[in-house]
Design a protein around this ligand. Structure first.
Ligand code: RRO
Length: 315
């Protein structure tokens, strides 16, 4: 089964404003090309203690979060899917894992959730292998974990599945290992990147850390990570292209303006996701971003995003 058409090729990133029924319907009504749910787990979760989100850090360069997988639990999201599909755009269910009072192993939790959401009619699954906020070490930092989660899913699930990856900029050997595994596993798309793990910021007036969980460390998102995300997108794009693997790369990280989105497309993204800036601006952001991307394309003599994907030139 092919990937659903995402038009415009701009969606929310899983997490911000995508937890509750109301938030998901607001995304359905917005100019986003798809609705992506908050990462869901086997059990409903309240998430980490507050304060767990610093939405605007250090001159608005980004956000730091340690939400701790606050979500309604997969059964509730499965119930919501049919109504969300009424908005006429793909519903992408983000699937994750957290320990939850029983001993169902990691890969079985992913499988149970994925099967339920497929049955509920989700158009696609985004397998989140990269939350920084459980242990500080994203699951996909270990290629064995990627195999352990994805092999059973590939055997059982018929709808398309993307994988949401952490940044690999500080370990290119690990990147190669994981990228080759994703080719072998024939994933349907790669979403890169999740928030940059283990960031910290400080309020100078009170001399306190901005968030409480995990010693004040959380995932960094927003404009601060744009260049890192572009590096991740381009690296995956080239890796797949050079090996003839037709795996689309969806860019996520640091998009707050139409020009940021255009940079992601030039680096190789065929769709993009918006997290921190969605939090700042609300679901109206999708029309602003897409309007600006269309204007940029027109002004530069292009008639579609497809014409610019991966066309960045060497300096
Ligand atoms: O809920 C979170 O703490 C969280 C998740 Br699941 C994720 O994938 N990325 C992130 O920055 N926060």
């Amino acid at each position: 089964m092919g990937i659903p058409k995402i038009h415009p090729p701009i969606t929310n990133a899983s997490g911000p404003l995508s937890v509750t029924e109301e938030e998901l319907h607001a995304l359905g009504r917005s100019g986003a090309g798809a609705v992506v749910t908050k990462s869901m787990t086997h059990c409903p979760r309240e998430g980490n203690p507050e304060p767990r989100l610093a939405p605007r850090i250090n001159h608005d360069v980004g956000s730091i979060n340690s939400m701790g997988l606050n979500n309604l639990g997969y059964k509730r999201y499965a119930e919501l899917v049919p109504a969300l599909k009424q908005h006429g755009k793909p519903v992408i269910a983000s699937v994750s894992y957290a320990p939850c009072g029983h001993d169902l192993p990691l890969e079985e939790q992913y499988l149970v959730i994925a099967q339920a959401l497929e049955e509920a009619g989700a158009d696609m699954l985004e397998i989140n292998l990269s939350t920084p906020n459980l242990t500080g070490i994203p699951i996909a930092t270990d290629p064995e974990n990627v195999r352990r989660v994805m092999e059973p899913l590939k055997r059982a699930i018929r709808i398309p599945m993307s994988v949401k990856m952490p940044p690999y900029n500080n370990s290119l050997a690990l990147f190669e290992e994981v990228a080759s595994l994703l080719v072998e596993l024939e994933v349907d798309a790669v979403v890169t990147m999740n928030s940059e793990p283990n960031a910290l910021d400080i309020d100078l007036k009170t001399r306190t850390k901005l968030i409480r969980p995990r010693g004040g460390y959380g995932g960094l998102g927003g404009p601060a990570i744009l260049p890192i995300a572009l590096g991740e997108v381009h690296r995956f794009y080239r890796y797949f292209r050079d090996r003839g693997a037709e795996i689309p790369v969806w860019g996520c990280g640091g998009i707050a303006t139409p020009e940021d989105a255009v940079k992601h497309f030039l680096a190789g993204a065929s769709a993009v996701q918006v997290g921190t800036a969605l939090l700042w601006e609300g679901p109206g952001i999708f029309e602003r971003l897409w309007g600006g991307v269309e204007r940029w394309l027109r002004e530069h003599g292009f008639s579609s995003v497809e014409e610019i994907i991966g066309t960045v030139r060497d300096a």
